[in-house]
Design a protein around this ligand. Structure first.
Ligand SMILES: [Zn+2]
Ligand SMILES: [Zn+2]
Length: 410
């Protein structure tokens, strides 16, 4: 039996690569304008990093990590990249630079989940992290950056949902309120929710289990909860964020039910939904994580960031066609063909030819499918020192000198 790509993984084929390049290029352009710098961290990290950094009550850590042992060390394929970027930030003492430190990344992540349409076990994320700013201006900057990036991809119809989870101080009361509201039907919830009830009740709101979500609706959980009652500091932070978003003309809705799937968020959390193609799912999720750097052994450092799934973005943007090459050389003379190809490539043209030097008709057929122009280099042309150039879009042809060929618009 032939070998196939592992379940939940996918080849990105040459005909799809233009979209990937487009996403990468747009990210580079947009992020550079705000002075975010790219960082590339390893795909494998010590397992402990994710247990401490993502949180041991999350599905990611409990069920979805690819973990293996080498030389008595437990290693894990990264399921997300915030923990890795924070680790690099601390390892390289970037906190000694004057803040903020603004980083972005693009790369594959790995989660052992049931593969579905749009969800793979190896998937790609693009994201930003901003370290060292306590003020809500950093939260606003990150949301602005995400929305500029999505607009750059042609996704204009965006909805930003925001919420504040407060700090440990003000969240405590909300957790009690939530537990009280859930207690009457706790025994009917899924096993995950039962264990979250003591360890991290907020995560219950994030449960995707149908039985659970139905129970939340039946008990009108959404309306029976007021959201986190914020302490003064958190309330001011949240108020400032909304002011900044208003000033930036970013449309947002407040959603007190928004908690996000990770343990480390404090204060601001947000999601961005794109209404393109009638889809209502979030394309971006993020928030503030002021406690994470300390958890990972670093100095207390405020931080905020977001991530987007690249496969999801890909499914929303229109398909980019692979460009035609500039010239296809049609010839029976390998030496002259190779020499001409090199000369044209030196001038920046994309050039291809038939390595089997088949009949001209065959070569022209191939040329018409792949190139803008065919350069015919037959015996007459070689003797006469000119080139017959055929414009394949309109089927016209003319005899040109080499300099005239160079003047053809790419
Ligand atoms: Zn607070
Ligand atoms: Zn549940």
């Amino acid at each position: 039996m032939s070998i196939k790509a592992p379940k939940g993984t996918k080849d990105i084929l040459p005909e799809e690569i233009e979209n990937w390049h487009f996403i990468q290029k747009t990210a580079e352009d947009v992020f550079l304008k705000s002075n975010f710098k790219e960082i590339r961290t390893p795909i494998i990290e010590e397992t402990d990093l994710f247990e401490r950094g993502v949180g041991d009550t999350t599905d990611i850590v409990n069920k979805e990590m690819y973990t293996f042992t080498k030389s008595n060390r437990s290693l894990t394929l990264r399921p997300e990249n915030t923990a890795g970027v924070v680790r690099a930030y601390l390892e390289h003492n970037m906190y000694r630079e004057s803040p903020p430190v603004k980083l972005w990344y693009f790369g594959p992540m790995f989660r052992y989940e049931r593969p579905q349409a749009g969800r793979q076990r190896q998937f790609h994320q693009i994201g930003v992290e901003m370290f060292g700013v306590q003020d809500a201006s950093a939260d606003a900057e990150c949301i602005l950056l995400a929305s500029e990036f999505l607009k750059g991809l042609g996704l204009n119809d965006l909805t930003v949902e925001i919420n504040s989870l407060g700090c440990d101080k003000c969240r405590g009361e909300y957790k009690e309120q939530l537990k009280k509201a859930i207690a009457p039907f706790l025994d009917k919830l899924c096993d995950d929710c039962k264990s979250r009830y003591e360890k991290n009740p907020l995560r219950i709101l994030d449960c995707k289990n149908e039985t659970c979500t139905k129970l939340f609706e039946e008990h009108d959980l959404k309306n029976s909860l007021s959201g986190v009652k914020l302490c003064d500091e958190c309330a001011i932070h949240y108020k400032n964020l909304k002011e900044y978003l208003n000033a930036l003309n970013i449309n947002y809705v407040e959603n007190t039910f928004l908690v996000r799937g990770l343990d480390y968020y404090t204060k601001t959390v947000f999601e961005i939904k794109s209404n393109s193609l009638g889809s209502q799912n979030a394309v971006c999720g993020g928030g503030r994580y002021d406690g994470l750097l300390e958890t990972l052994g670093g100095p207390k450092t405020p931080a905020v960031g977001w991530a987007m799934g690249v496969e999801r973005l890909n499914s929303l943007i229109s398909v980019k066609k692979v460009d035609l090459i500039d010239f296809f050389i049609v010839s029976n003379n390998p030496t002259e063909t190779l020499k001409l190809a090199v000369k044209l490539r030196e001038h920046g043209f994309k050039v291809e030819f038939d390595y089997n030097f088949r009949k001209f008709a065959k070569q022209l057929e191939k040329a018409s499918k792949t190139a803008k122009y065919a350069i015919i280099l037959g015996e007459d042309e070689i003797k006469g020192g000119y080139y017959t150039v055929k414009n394949l879009a309109v089927s016209s042809q003319e005899k040109l000198s080499f300099d005239e060929v160079l003047n053809i618009k790419k």
